[in-house]
Design a protein around this ligand. Structure first.
Ligand code: SF4
Ligand code: SF4
Length: 197
């Protein structure tokens, strides 16, 4: 459980402007807990989704940013489909990741670099290429110990023929235009929201 939820310490509106648009997405939350009960990843989260939405509404940015809850969201959309208030919870989770990555939050550096190098690999090859992806990721991490964390999983996957060896050629598919279109859409101010994410 998050320490501030236990202590009931006073709300601190720290830089809450960054989170205000997300608060608007979820401020009709009635704290029913359906999102928590529906989330397949909730057991691994330090804050349940229900508690995190409460902190978002209260504008407690630093408490939300300290949590791993939104990082562990796998975009399955179950909570979005089941929320009785019809709130776009998956979209809100993604928006929190965007804030954390834009702020270069230290505790989420590993996740940010994983996302970034994953997408760089897809952009270059048109699909994921495991060896090229992990090489990029380890280089970005600048931590010689990092490959050892992945060694057991990597060896297991290689033993099952699930890892493509070699970097492969760059894609001939013009994915740059697709990436630029998505970036432009992400810069577009939000439209009125429904369950679209
Ligand atoms: S399911 Fe919707 S209303 Fe219920 S706690 Fe979660 S966000 Fe709030
Ligand atoms: S979209 Fe994310 S938060 Fe919602 S149920 Fe799925 S994993 Fe959990």
């Amino acid at each position: 459980m998050h320490p501030h939820l236990i202590s009931g310490s006073p709300t601190t509106h720290d830089d809450s402007d960054a989170m205000a648009p997300i608060g608007n997405l979820v401020n009709a939350c009635i704290q029913c807990g359906t999102c928590t009960a529906s989330c397949p990843n909730a057991l691994e989260m330090d804050l349940t989704p229900r508690k995190m939405w409460r902190l978002v509404i209260l504008g407690r940015l630093s408490d939300v940013m300290a949590s791993r809850t939104f990082i562990l969201c796998s975009d399955c959309y179950t909570c979005t489909l089941r929320c009785p208030r019809g709130l776009p919870l998956t979209r809100a989770m993604e928006a929190l990741k965007g804030i954390a990555f834009a702020r270069r939050e230290t505790q989420h550096r590993r996740s940010r670099l994983f996302y970034e190098t994953f997408m760089q690999t897809v952009r270059r090859y048109g699909r994921i290429r495991e060896m090229a992806f992990m090489t990029r990721y380890f280089t970005a991490m600048k931590n010689p110990a990092e490959p050892f964390r992945f060694a057991p999983l990597g060896l297991k996957l290689m033993g099952k023929g699930k890892v493509e060896m070699g970097g492969g050629k760059s894609t001939e598919i013009p994915l740059a235009a697709l990436f630029e279109k998505v970036a432009a859409l992400e810069r577009t101010p939000d439209k009125p929201l429904g369950k679209g994410g």
